[in-house]
Design a protein around this ligand. Structure first.
Ligand code: ZN
Ligand code: ZN
Length: 116
């Protein structure tokens, strides 16, 4: 019925997922150097867990491109095209993810606010 569901999602999936949470990208952001994409909340949290001092690097082992020496979050670029694509391809997954994540950050509000 919905033509868009016939896309080869198995092929697309690696490009739509976040290496940190292993789910679909939510609030996708691209890193400035390597253009790897992560959920905004995931990369924010990843930087937060590394401590207050940089430099900060891409979380992907094979990459490790520098994000920024001290202020990684200033370098993140929202990828709204990617997010729109995911939302269109997987509306229900997206909704579930959003609900899960909202719950998580309601319980751990410091994870989001520390860096902003
Ligand atoms: Zn993620
Ligand atoms: Zn990278």
């Amino acid at each position: 019925m919905d033509r868009i569901l016939r896309l080869p999602t198995a092929q697309l999936y690696p490009h739509l997922r976040c290496e940190l949470c292993e789910g679909f990208l939510i609030d996708a952001v691209a890193l400035p150097e390597c253009h790897h994409e992560f959920c905004k909340a995931c990369i924010v949290n990843y930087c937060y867990l590394q401590g207050p001092k940089g430099p900060f690097y891409c979380p992907i082992e094979a990459c490790k491109a520098e994000i920024h020496k001290t202020r990684p979050l200033s370098m993140l670029k929202n990828d709204t095209d990617m997010q729109t694509l995911i939302y269109k391809l997987f509306p229900s997954v997206y909704k579930d993810e959003m609900a899960n994540r909202r719950r998580f950050y309601e319980e751990h509000p410091q994870a989001l606010t520390s860096f902003t």
